[in-house]
Design a protein around this ligand. Structure first.
Ligand SMILES: *[C@@H]1O[C@H](CO)[C@@H](O)[C@H](O)[C@H]1NC(C)=O
Ligand SMILES: *[C@@H]1O[C@H](CO)[C@@H](O)[C@H](O)[C@H]1NC(C)=O
Ligand SMILES: *[C@@H]1O[C@H](CO)[C@@H](O)[C@H](O)[C@H]1NC(C)=O
Ligand SMILES: *[C@@H]1O[C@H](CO)[C@@H](O)[C@H](O)[C@H]1NC(C)=O
Ligand SMILES: *[C@@H]1O[C@H](CO)[C@@H](O)[C@H](O)[C@H]1NC(C)=O
Length: 312
């Protein structure tokens, strides 16, 4: 009988403890991304005149804020390691606490105790998710594939791009053209590196972006085609311009050569006409230009005359 009574007593105690535990752990869960702020709301619209409020953090129940409205005390404290420096803001009206620019160091349990006519408490469990880093877009700078289908037009120069992220888990990496999804890849493993390729024409005027996301955040990198594909741009431009300009150069060179030839021919013709005239008019002339010519002609004639009889 005594044992049964004792057991019953213990049972009641256990239940009471359990109930208190459950009550205390009606936890308000907060999930935030690094760098953001989180508001831990006191659920009080206005602090009562004779209420004391205490905010504590972590397993050690370190006091981080204290409010006594009657004595006009609104104090913020840091924990010994100083991790809250300037990050805590206290609302003088409601007693709510805001943690700004949160880091993973600030994850954990926060408890608010209100001591007044009666004692009440509220617990917040804050989890901090590491911020996703913005993906990086790189180009295979030597990899400007020109389309084989178009014969000579270099407007089909393509640029190969790669969007990458390092050490991620449970994320999706996607390429978007405007608002429409082009391609995506998902991983559920932890800490792997991901990359997703994209081919664009260097003259493409659409806006492309590479997005990494998980269930709680996302990061976007916009593609600047002219910046990343300038090598394709340059090689296409060289192709575009060098062919016509080479032709132009050839044509103008030919034209120049042609006109030179014409001028030279004209000059020679004029000189020779003049020579002929002078030779005909004055048989013996000292003109250096004309003398050899007439002599040559003469000697050839002589040679022909001399050879003919010998051959026959
Ligand atoms: C947020 O915290 C990080 C690291 O603690 C710090 O480098 C950064 O300057 C802070 N940003 C602001 C806006 O206070
Ligand atoms: C160019 O890209 C193709 C795939 O698009 C790849 O197979 C090739 O190795 C790349 N070439 C260079 C030089 O990066
Ligand atoms: C160039 O890119 C377009 C898409 O932007 C693609 O349809 C085409 O096949 C690509 N051409 C070559 C030669 O890779
Ligand atoms: C990324 O966002 C899309 C919708 O925007 C969502 O369907 C998808 O589940 C998210 N990815 C992850 C890994 O949560
Ligand atoms: C793209 O890059 C070029 C060259 O670096 C720059 O002049 C231009 O402003 C950039 N465009 C955008 C939209 O950022």
């Amino acid at each position: 009988m005594e044992l049964l009574k004792k057991m019953f007593h213990m049972f009641v105690l256990f239940c009471l403890c359990w109930w208190r535990l459950i009550g205390a752990f009606a936890v308000d869960m907060k999930s935030v991304v690094e760098g953001e702020s989180v508001l831990l709301h006191s659920d009080v619209t206005e602090i009562r005149e004779d209420d004391d409020m205490l905010w504590t953090f972590g397993k050690e129940d370190s006091l981080i804020a204290k409010i006594n409205r009657e004595e006009q005390i609104f104090s913020i404290f840091d924990v010994p390691d100083g991790r809250f420096s300037d990050r805590l803001k206290l609302d003088d009206t409601t007693g709510s606490l805001t943690i700004t620019n949160i880091t993973t160091q600030h994850a954990g349990l926060y408890q608010l105790d209100v001591f007044g006519a009666e004692h009440s408490s509220k617990v917040f469990s804050v989890s901090v998710n590491a911020r996703l880093s913005v993906p990086v877009i790189s180009s295979n700078s030597l990899n400007c594939s020109s389309s084989s289908s178009s014969s000579s037009s270099s407007s089909q120069q393509n640029c190969s791009l790669l969007c990458s992220v390092l050490n991620v888990g449970h994320v999706t990496l996607s390429w978007y053209k405007g608002n429409s999804l082009l391609s995506s890849i998902s991983v559920s493993d932890l800490s792997i590196s991901l990359s997703l390729p994209l081919e664009v024409e260097y003259q493409d005027k659409n806006s492309y972006s590479c997005v990494i996301n998980n269930s709680f955040s996302k990061q976007t990198r916009h593609l600047n085609i002219s910046q990343l594909c300038w090598t394709c741009y340059v090689s296409a431009d060289v192709l575009d311009q060098s062919l016509p300009s080479l032709n132009m150069m050839l044509i103008s060179a030919a034209a120049a050569a042609g006109s030179l030839l014409i001028v030279a021919a004209a000059v020679t013709y004029l000189i020779c006409m003049k020579c002929k005239k002078t030779v005909q008019e004055e048989d013996r002339t000292d003109s250096a230009l004309c003398k050899p010519k007439s002599q040559k002609v003469k000697s050839r004639k002589n040679a022909v005359y001399e050879n003919v009889p010998k051959k026959r």
